[in-house]
Design a protein around this ligand. Structure first.
Ligand code: ARG
Length: 459
């Protein structure tokens, strides 16, 4: 019977209930933030004359010692959760005064504070990792502005594009992911400390002071909301889900591109795995795992939404379920960003010959034939239909558009002239798409320069 509430109860906790109820097995990870939150609380108690300055100093020092023990792997993780474990250890270390730490505080405002401090740091770390991936994408893009590849719609060859343009599409997704994280961070960065169990406290606390000590930009306005709110976790899980959507789409392309059917890239040994049975194989396990892990992150988002939807105010123990979902999501996002960065740094070799051959031997320059006629005054819809006839004619004979003779072109329309051959050359097909945001080389170079600025040190 060593629960803090043992005096109120006459029977000990059943061991199964004790184990079922405990969160120490996973919330110990919050210890560094729990200590920081408690140090701020102790300082505030002393400043407000709720405890003496000496008592405040003793608590702050004892907490610092606990953090050191934790970092050295010596912290005795015992009891129901990290908050009680820290308090118990503190009392062992500094004596009776340790028992004053919890004055004017509840684990309800404490755990919400810990979680927000933890998540704020996690967001900053993930934003850095996103930026690192963006930088690597820019480096690869810089080498491939003029590398052509088939562009697809419906996974059918549509129009050739610059490989850099394709990579910069992902840059844009990750840029929005970073912006989203910053927006979530603003709402995470709000202090629930001082909300007490649910209603505030009778002690003359200073919530603005603890908020300032902890670097919070604001205090949560309503005590009931402060201890019940996990919107900020849901928002983060939603932002994380979109990061995984983007990583998973990229992963899917890498998997496709490395198949023999595409052959656009090849895996370096450092980032691929072999088969235990088929000696010829090199498997893209890394992007497959990224694609697979997206599902578990979406699952965590769903779990939290469902966990919250029926909860009456204010704190309910259901809320303890937020932690494993959040921790697992943070780790999954961190790992997936790290491996995808590595993949682009050293994991794949781009098969330029294969890409060049692909665009040189297809009919994806057909739009440019229609545009050619339209530019000479033929209404686009009519130009489109004429081009359809030309493509059919070429396909029936197993010939490429560039292999048709000028007389053959002219049988379809008299406006065709010698310059048609230049217009449908793949390089020209790409280069001439000069519209804003298009794949034309000049546009791509400008987009790349802008992207490099956006992931530079001061952004
Ligand atoms: N381990 C708890 C959690 O994670 C801490 C808060 C406990 N509060 C309470 N009233 N039992 O939510």
């Amino acid at each position: 019977m060593n629960q803090p509430w043992s005096q109120r109860f006459t029977q000990p906790l059943h061991p199964l209930v004790e184990r079922f109820n405990a969160s120490i097995g996973f919330d110990l990870a919050l210890l560094p933030w729990d200590v920081r939150g408690s140090q701020a609380h102790a300082r505030m108690l002393a400043r407000q004359g709720i405890i003496t300055p000496e008592e405040g100093e003793t608590l702050v020092q004892g907490l610092a010692q606990i953090l050191q023990e934790y970092e050295q792997g010596r912290f005795p993780a015992q009891g129901e959760d990290v908050h009680l474990a820290v308090e118990q250890r503190l009392t062992e270390l500094v004596g009776e005064v340790g028992k004053k730490l919890h004055t004017a505080r509840s684990r309800n405002d404490q755990v919400a504070t810990d979680l927000r401090l933890y998540l704020r740091d996690a967001i900053d770390d993930i934003a850095q990792r996103l930026r690192q991936l963006q930088r690597v994408l820019c480096q690869v893009a810089a080498d491939h502005v003029e590398t052509l590849m088939p562009g697809y719609t419906h996974l059918q060859r549509a129009q050739p594009v610059s490989l850099a343009h394709h990579l910069l599409a992902y840059f844009e997704m990750f840029q929005r992911d970073r912006q989203r994280l910053q927006e979530v961070r603003r709402r995470v960065n709000c202090s629930p400390l001082g909300a007490g169990a649910l209603a505030g406290t009778t002690f003359p606390i200073d919530r603005h002071y603890t908020a300032a000590l902890l670097g919070f930009e604001a205090v949560c306005a309503n005590s009931l909301d402060a201890v019940s709110d996990r919107d900020f976790v849901v928002e983060f899980l939603a932002a994380a889900s979109l990061i995984l959507v983007h990583l998973s789409r990229m992963a899917e392309e890498l998997i496709l591109w490395s198949s023999q059917e595409f052959g656009f890239i090849e895996w370096q040994d450092s980032c691929a795995t072999g088969s235990s049975m088929m000696p010829q194989k090199k498997n893209p396990d890394v992007p497959e795992l990224v694609r697979g892990k997206a599902g578990r992150v979406f699952g965590h988002l769903q779990a939290l939404l469902v966990m919250l939807k029926g909860l009456p105010l204010a704190y309910n123990k259901d809320l303890q379920e937020d932690k494993e979902a959040l921790f697992d999501t943070v780790k999954t996002v961190q790992d997936c960003l790290a491996v995808m960065t590595l993949v682009w740094q050293e994991g794949v070799v781009i098969n330029q010959d294969r890409l060049a051959a692909a665009v040189a031997t297809d009919w994806s320059n057909a739009t440019d034939v229609a545009d050619y006629l339209a530019a000479k005054g033929v209404p686009f819809r009519e130009a489109y239909q004429i081009t359809g006839q030309i493509v059919r004619f070429a396909l029936e004979q197993g010939r490429l558009l560039q292999d048709l003779r000028l007389e053959e072109w002219q049988q379809f329309h008299p406006h065709f002239a010698e310059d048609i051959y230049e217009v449908i050359r793949p390089e020209q097909v790409v280069a001439r798409r000069r519209s804003l945001g298009g794949t034309g080389f000049d546009q791509v170079r400008a987009a790349l320069a802008q992207a490099q600025r956006e992931c530079s040190d001061d952004n």
